[in-house]
Design a protein around this ligand. Structure first.
Ligand code: ADP
Ligand code: MG
Length: 356
């Protein structure tokens, strides 16, 4: 029962992130954190739902989760009622709706901290799982959870290129210069900024840049994302670095973590490699990954390009930090024209000022 409630709220938050929150600085990220907390909890709820009949403590635990899920839904619902009721489609209306955020005095900060409070509650509830000995019930073999599905959707691939990119030339050039610099330079270049700012898009521009292609001898792109599985990230890096055959892959799968980390480390010391770590969410993730990278001591020409929405990660990794700027009015207009007008034959768009 609680599992069903939580599933519903997760879906609801997902829709909110896609349709509404992405225009509202800072909020979508918080909603995503909350959503992840619920997703991490989901697998345990089946067990808890069954056990709550006999165990008072578990019953209270489950009730608290249900309440937190409802609280989250309430915050979102209130927000949508106040801001997004004028939803009729069209660019004009989208802009009007978000203009209301200012007009109606909706306090984004307040919404953000309400969401944060619930997320902290959820996270505390999750830490008490072990106390009650609640077990995770995984989906049947082959079936993947909503969380895993979302991870797949979010995965970034270096070969998928955005067609309509604007305003990134200067930043790309600057970062390329850092990466290919011969004299002393940082071994890590971090691109830091809020979700949706264009970090991955910029990293792709750099990864495919002519000067970068000519300078480095091997290239690896890995998408880290929210749930960082160190072992599988390392395996993926090693497989890509050596273009592993099936036999080599089987060998790698049998190796110990420290052996894999050492191999990656030595390969980067020997050759000139560029490794992109896309979307590192936490310092812990970076701390656990970094054993495989030659960051200090002996000279190496290999470089790491990482993207993160967490400023602490960028600072902690101790490299050159770049924060992309949001598109300015001209760039936004250029992008809008590229997407909405060009390449759509037979459509004439009448664009007028929105008056917000
Ligand atoms: N400079 C840009 N020009 C065109 N589209 C962009 C630009 N920056 C970002 N986008 C688009 O915005 C969306 C989010 O960008 P992304 O690079 O994934 O952001 P981040 O990695 O910071 O979360 C993508 O669909 C991307 O194509
Ligand atoms: Mg990204």
């Amino acid at each position: 029962m609680t599992e069903a409630v939580v599933s519903f709220v997760i879906e609801r938050l997902g829709e909110f992130i896609i349709q509404d929150a992405k225009f509202l600085f800072g909020v979508s990220e918080k909603v995503e954190f909350a959503q992840t907390e619920l997703q991490l909890m989901q697998g345990f709820l089946k067990d808890a739902d069954v056990r709550q009949q006999d165990d008072e403590m578990v019953r209270v635990w489950v009730a608290q989760i249900r309440k937190a899920a409802y609280d989250l839904e309430d915050v979102i619902e209130i927000f949508i009622l106040r801001v997004a009721t004028k939803k009729q489609g069209g660019m004009k209306n989208v802009l009007k709706r978000f203009g209301c955020v200012l007009k109606e005095g909706v306090d984004l900060h307040k919404i953000g901290s309400q969401i944060e409070n619930v997320t902290t509650q959820l996270s505390n509830l999750r830490s008490s799982l072990q106390t009650y000995n609640i077990k995770e019930i995984r989906n049947s073999r082959g079936a993947i959870s909503l969380y895993e599905r979302q991870q797949q959707v979010r995965r970034t691939y270096s070969h998928i290129i955005e067609r309509d990119v604007v305003g990134l030339e200067n930043s790309a050039e600057e970062l390329v210069r850092h990466l290919v610099k011969k004299e002393f330079s940082h071994r890590i270049v971090s691109i830091w900024g809020m979700g949706g700012l264009g970090k991955t898009t910029l990293a792709k521009q750099i990864y495919r840049h002519n000067k970068v292609r000519r300078h480095f001898g091997c290239f690896v792109w890995v998408c880290i994302s929210q749930q960082c599985q160190v072992r599988s990230v390392w395996e993926e890096i090693l497989i890509k670095l050596i273009s592993a055959t099936t036999v080599q892959r089987e060998e790698i799968a049998k190796q110990k973590d420290n052996e894999i980390a050492k191999r990656i480390y030595l390969l980067q010391q020997k050759s000139r490699c560029l490794v992109v770590l896309d979307d590192i969410w936490s310092i812990e993730a970076w701390e656990s990954l970094k054993a495989a990278f030659p960051l200090y001591g002996e000279e190496t020409e290999s470089r790491i390009l990482l993207t993160t929405r967490n400023k602490e990660v960028a600072l902690h990794s101790n490299g050159f930090i770049h924060q992309p700027h949001p598109l300015n009015n001209d760039e936004s207009w250029e992008l809008f024209e590229k997407i909405a007008i060009f390449g759509r034959e037979g459509i004439t768009l009448e664009v007028s000022t929105t008056g917000i």
